[in-house]
Write a protein that binds this ligand. Structure first.
Ligand code: KG4
Ligand code: ZN
Length: 352
């Protein structure tokens, strides 16, 4: 069973062909990231326009790489939320058109849920991927850590899940991005912070961990604490504009702040994952979303969890369509109702 996955929720235009939910026959990602760098974040209009230009060549490449044609595809899966309205629209309209033209079933997928399904991809003949040896088992605890979401979700089976907790303010990836801005490190902030942290002392500064209800998170206080710390380091008070901090902080100070922030942000997540493992004894713990690429997260989980956790290849942690194709397969296989290609709409605020 071959599923064509299509993803366009943010700044990546992506298409992939996935066989039987696990074999990645192709995975094509075109990013408009370079065009957003000078603005320090994704500009929705630029992203949407880039999707229009990229989507057909990306889909063609995905079917070519999979050595098949659109007529060989069994079903199409597309992200219809959450994400940027204009960006989602391009992927959804393209998928609808293809589903009508080629008479294929169409499945709308939730972007956050799709990130979890990157962990179900265990086979590929594409070069340079390190994939888990086998698919996760249920009950499965999903640690979803992206630019838009931080949540712990317990899956009893496919499509049978409970959200144990989530962030009440910023997502963890958003906190990485904002702290990077305070330190003058390039966008996207996650990889920049991780890189700067390599040269810093993670114990140099004490930063607060928010005390939240059982499995909930909060990262906005930590971000503000970093701002105050940076101001204090250069001998200024809270009125000092953050935009002028990077020129006043030394490289060593930036590295130490990045390392201290990263340690605490990651510890905040890992503490709750440990707690959830004690309460629910999952058979598998899977990591999903862009922050899943973070080495400190991988190391801390390895060290502190009673079960070994599963990580997708870091190229499958950030936005891609392989995860969409995998989730689409399970919808098709379990006979979940297909969506109407004549009316499927986008849902920018969709949650799990
Ligand atoms: O899942 P994703 O690609 O997009 C969303 O659906 O949000 O996640 C993007 C987020 C960004 O905030 C980025 O800074 C963060 O993932 N990220 C990282 C790393 N690589 C990407 N955060 C920490 N460490 C990394 N190595
Ligand atoms: Zn994402």
């Amino acid at each position: 069973m071959k599923i064509l996955g299509i993803e366009s929720s943010c700044d990546e235009t992506a298409a992939a062909v996935i066989e039987d939910g696990k074999n990645m026959l192709s995975n094509v990602v075109a990013s408009s990231m370079n065009m957003h760098i000078e603005f320090g974040g994704v500009v929705p209009e630029i992203a949407a326009r880039s999707h229009i230009e990229a989507i057909l060549p990306v889909i063609q490449q995905a079917v070519d790489d999979a050595s098949c044609s659109l007529s060989d595809i069994d079903a199409i899966a597309v992200t219809n939320g959450a994400g940027l309205g204009g960006s989602l629209l391009i992927g959804v309209l393209t998928a609808r058109t293809l589903a009508i033209a080629y008479k294929k079933p169409l499945y709308a997928t939730n972007h956050v849920e799709s990130h979890v399904y990157a962990n179900f991809i265990t086979e590929t003949s594409l070069p340079d991927y390190v994939l888990p040896p086998e698919q996760p088992k249920f009950p499965m605890l999903a640690v979803i850590v992206s630019g838009g979401h931080s949540q712990l979700v317990l899956f009893r089976a496919h499509f049978d899940y409970t959200v144990l907790g989530q962030t009440r303010d910023d997502a963890i990836g958003e906190a990485f991005d904002k702290v990077a801005k305070i330190l003058g490190l390039p966008y996207p902030g996650g990889p920049s912070i991780a890189h700067a942290a390599l040269s810093g002392n993670p114990k140099q500064f004490v930063l607060p961990k928010a005390k939240m209800a059982k499995y909930d998170f909060s990262f906005s206080g930590l971000k503000t604490a970093v701002l105050r710390l940076a101001q204090a380091q250069i001998g200024e008070d809270y009125t000092f504009p953050s935009i002028r901090l990077p020129e006043r902080l030394s490289e060593a100070q930036k590295h130490d702040i990045a390392a201290s922030f990263q340690r605490v942000a990651i510890e905040t997540v890992v503490d709750k994952v440990v707690l959830a493992c004690e309460e629910f004894t999952p058979q598998s713990v899977v990591i999903a979303g862009g922050v899943g690429a973070n080495t400190e997260l991988r190391n801390q989980l390895q060290e502190k969890l009673p079960v070994s956790s599963i990580f997708p290849d870091s190229k499958l942690c950030t936005d891609n369509a392989a995860m969409v194709g995998s989730l689409g397969f399970f919808k098709h296989e379990r006979n979940l109702p297909a969506d109407d290609p004549f009316s499927l709409s986008t849902m920018p605020n969709l949650s799990m």
